[in-house]
Write a protein that binds this ligand. Sequence first.
Ligand SMILES: *Cc1c(COP(=O)(O)O)cnc(C)c1O
Length: 361
Amino acid sequence: MFPTLTVDLAKLRHNTEQLVGLAKDHGVSIWGVTKVICGYPELGRAMLSGGVETLADSRLPNLVKLIQAGVGGNKALLRLPTPSEAEQVVRFADISLNSELITLQALSRAAIQQGREHAVIVMVDLGDLREGVWPDQVIPLVRQAVALPGLRLLGLGTNLSCYGGVIPTEANLSVLTQLAAELRREGLADCEIISGGNSSTLGLLQSGRLPAGINNLRIGEAIILGRETVARQPIPGFYTDAIVLEAEVVEVQVKPSVPVGEVGQDAFGNTPLFPDRGLRRRAVLAVGRQDVDPDGLLPLATGAEVIGASSDHLLLDVTECPDSVHVGDVLRFVPNYSALLRASTSPYVNLVWLNKDSRGA
Ligand SMILES: *Cc1c(COP(=O)(O)O)cnc(C)c1O
């Protein structure tokens, strides 16, 4: 059944091994981030067999899915917990990222109730303007956090390149290591983990410019799609095609490139513009915006070009394809992060795992 998302677990294990090896050379541990493929156990196991020791996801149900499938490793919750889910967070996550005292207090109460210790990382906003306290608020928050029973303050973290697109640099990441040094000096926390961000920090790691002291990164995209995320360049030695979307052709016809008739809004309220390229051979595929972000699809068929999509249809210009395209053909695409996120959350897209090892990873 198509559309299908084909996930090559051998390629994901390879990318994880490469990354864990590179990071180890710099004294950095890697958390494997599973959220873009919904925390599937197969993905978690592949990351563990590639050498990560902690699996991280932004959603609690994904962590629960990993635990219920018996997938090992520590579990970390990436999105700040809501106060109302504190009890579940303590039950299912070993570690959570936090920036609010009120939530830390709720986690502390839950930890005492369950007779467990819950580890927390305080998130610092270095300018990207998503989660985290401003640097001048770190010491006051940590002072209160370390007084809460049931919690263990593991260290500090930051997240960049997500909302503001702010690039991690030696300068902004040094703010994190300086704050950790201050916490140690004041005897407030050991800061066993200083987590310097996501796949966008890999450029600094590769070039040896990651500030000393940063000893952890939380990585999803680089493992799964094989790219760093500042300029989306492929990482040498990593597979960029571990995940492939496949969809079937339902029509191939030669038509004008400009619509015929008066043009109003399209199905999504946009008024489209069309360059006149004369008559073109067009293929219609049985996959659409409900399943995937069409702007994030790279066709693997030479010469094919994505020209648009509606809810259930993807339109390709196949005029330049050396191999002719027929109704019933299955065409393959490499998705970007946005396309993959949508495809893995669409109930209409089937997941196929290739190259499972003996433990199903
Ligand atoms: C999603 C996420 C990551 C991983 O990001 P990638 O770009 O996929 O490496 C890391 N940290 C946090 C807090 C996240 O939400």
